[in-house]
Design a protein around this ligand. Sequence first.
Ligand SMILES: C[S@@+](CC[C@H](N)C(=O)[O-])C[C@H]1O[C@@H](n2cnc3c(N)ncnc32)[C@H](O)[C@@H]1O
Length: 257
Amino acid sequence: MTVSARARPPPRLSPGALEAARRARLALGDPRARPNVRWLERLTGAPTARLSEVLEELADLVPIEAEIRRLHREGGRSHYAQFRAPLELYAIVRLLRPDHVVETGVSSGVSSAHLLLALARNRKGRLHSIDRPTPQRGATFGPSDSPVAVPPGRSSGWAIPASVRSGWDLRLGASETLLPRLAREVGSIGLFLHDSLHTPAHLTFELETVRPKLVPGAVVLADNTAWTGQSFPRFARSLGVAVARRGRTDLVGLRVA
Ligand SMILES: C[S@@+](CC[C@H](N)C(=O)[O-])C[C@H]1O[C@@H](n2cnc3c(N)ncnc32)[C@H](O)[C@@H]1O
């Protein structure tokens, strides 16, 4: 069952939260990154007042968002096909306060940066990221390059400011090899984000690998599910929970009962 986050009027955020989110996404240079509050509410169960509180914190992130944008430009990217909901990632981590966050797919590091920022504010928890970087073919970014290619001489997370990287567990390689190892190591997973290889078999592999470590109330997110068929809905059904879709996009999530 997919429950759209558009079924009823949106919760009313505080003016401070709306303004902070507006400034953060402008500084990041991604006007699409407007937080979807209904989606956040479905995934976290947080009341609107609490959502407003954590979104108001985005005002403090404005200089870092500007720095992430500057680093992208310095790396030759005026536009970058980054994770589309970075501000929601920040809010989810602030609301869930997980001990361990696991993500697959880093590229320049927009998702990772926002997860790290929220964990730092929580003063607890660790981000474990897995990425097999896709190298850019030549010295300059060309039409044959993958939109998530890493510029020459850089590696995964290349647009994450140094001040944000503290405590980050970044593992380079294929998630087919590294994720089972990581899942054995971490005691629990409070948030899992799939943003690596978007095929049905690979998404199912990643979801089944992390399943035994998901804590009650954990949130699981997957991007680009238009390419992964029934993998995510089938996983949600097996857990007996609904899929929460972010507006009309194919970024989806669920909350473990
Ligand atoms: C869509 S990008 C990630 C975007 C990132 N989450 C962000 O916020 O910008 C996908 C990344 O996953 C990597 N990747 C693809 N297949 C992979 C695999 N099997 N294991 C690990 N990483 C993989 C790609 O090279 C790329 O760096």
